[in-house]
Design a protein. Structure first.
Length: 159
């Protein structure tokens, strides 16, 4: 790897690590110290407004429904999520955030809003466009690898 490529690699790793660590530390110090970053992301995938099926939520997270069931069980015990049987099909289980879950969702969302605001506020329109295109390209590359490794593992697990 040449120097430029190495610096880009180091920056991406540093950004990724610091975002995860910051989220983790913010949760540990806040009112929601009993949930992990992974659990917070599960709350985000459930969303604050509508009851979602377990299948929809698992697909959003890119996990199996079995894996999601374990996470939802913990979040139900902790009081962040509740389960509901679907009114039209009793086999379908829907999940929704409790009042506490919605509060945790909103507090975590503030972290992401602050991050985005600080990143884009100093940029002019051209800078924002370059940032958007760069992030779309990064997302495309990461999504390709995600599909190659993560989704293929899930397909093998379901055989």
């Amino acid at each position: 790897m040449n120097d430029f490529d190495q610096k880009i690699n180091d920056l991406l790793l540093d950004i990724f690590d610091k975002i995860l660590l910051t989220e983790e530390k913010a949760l540990r110090r806040g009112n929601f110290s009993d949930i992990s970053v992974a659990e917070m992301h599960t709350l985000e995938s459930v969303g604050p407004y509508e009851k979602r099926t377990m299948s929809e939520t698992a697909a959003t997270l890119g996990v199996t429904t079995g894996t999601l069931t374990v996470a939802i069980d913990r979040l139900v015990r902790k009081g962040y999520v509740e389960r509901h049987r679907d009114n039209t099909d009793r086999r379908v289980v829907r999940v929704a955030l409790t009042r506490q879950g919605k509060l945790a969702f909103r507090m975590h969302n503030k972290f992401h809003k602050l991050l985005v605001d600080r990143l884009v506020t100093p940029l002019d329109e051209q800078g924002r466009d370059v940032l958007r295109k760069t992030l779309i390209a990064i997302d495309g590359i990461v999504s390709e690898q995600y599909e190659r490794y993560v989704l293929s593992d899930h397909a093998e697990d379901n055989l």
